[in-house]
Design a protein around this ligand. Sequence first.
Ligand code: CA
Ligand code: CA
Ligand code: CA
Ligand code: CA
Length: 274
Amino acid sequence: MTGFVLCIGVELCFATPLGFASERPIRVPMLGSAPRIDGYLEDWKDQSFSDGVWDIQRLRHAPWYDARRNRLTDHGNEPRPEDDLRARYYIAWDSKFFYFGAEVTDNVNDVNDPNHADKRWYFKDCICWFMEGPRDRRNEQFGQGDNAFCFVIDRRRPKYAAWWRHGAPGRQYIEEPLPATSVDYQIRFNPWGRGRDDYVLEARVEMASTFGRSDPDWGPPRRGHEYGLEIVHTDPDGGDYGGHFIIYGTGDDDSSWARMILSEPQSPIQRLTK
Ligand SMILES: [Ca+2]
Ligand SMILES: [Ca+2]
Ligand SMILES: [Ca+2]
Ligand SMILES: [Ca+2]
């Protein structure tokens, strides 16, 4: 007997086609005090959710890995794959905002897109948090409740560098800059003094003016609320479409995104004396 025969009702069949979306959920801690958005994560990263360093070798063993979509490109004279792109990602929440952080090793900063359009963040160095809130069991592609908060790693901070792809009731793929009043972010380059194109990204996005617009069912955040989460990190490094990490999901289908639960505050890891 196969697993498909055991599907009871439409919702279960939708919820489990990819296997990993129903794995142990990501529990994202609430912050007790609001961070300063200054490009330094030390004021909150130990209280946030992070599951360590991601590089292409680790991705290769993740359940959602697909070599066509999780990829790096070779332009000649490349460093080791892990020095082409690797990162730690951080996420937390409070009563008004989601907080996003990343510490990134990248060999080349590339934000020049030969066919630039404001919405083409995925042809530039960019980190994008895909989130559905509230999470439901419908397969949607940037429909109601789906939001992508994208940060192009551009020293010039153009208006399109903080981008919002989202849905709304009856609408998909609305593309616009994040409203200036909804977002705050900082990028700090060469944070460790070993590579001029390494960077730290620190950002916050207001929930009510984003999730509240994409889904009338959204309500102010409470512990236990369930969201969907995927991270897309792009790294063209010259040329057109280039390197991609896709973490916790397989792309735009929100039913593939990980379950994420708003959770209680978390104390930093304590090290023992022996
Ligand atoms: Ca900070
Ligand atoms: Ca790179
Ligand atoms: Ca890059
Ligand atoms: Ca959905």
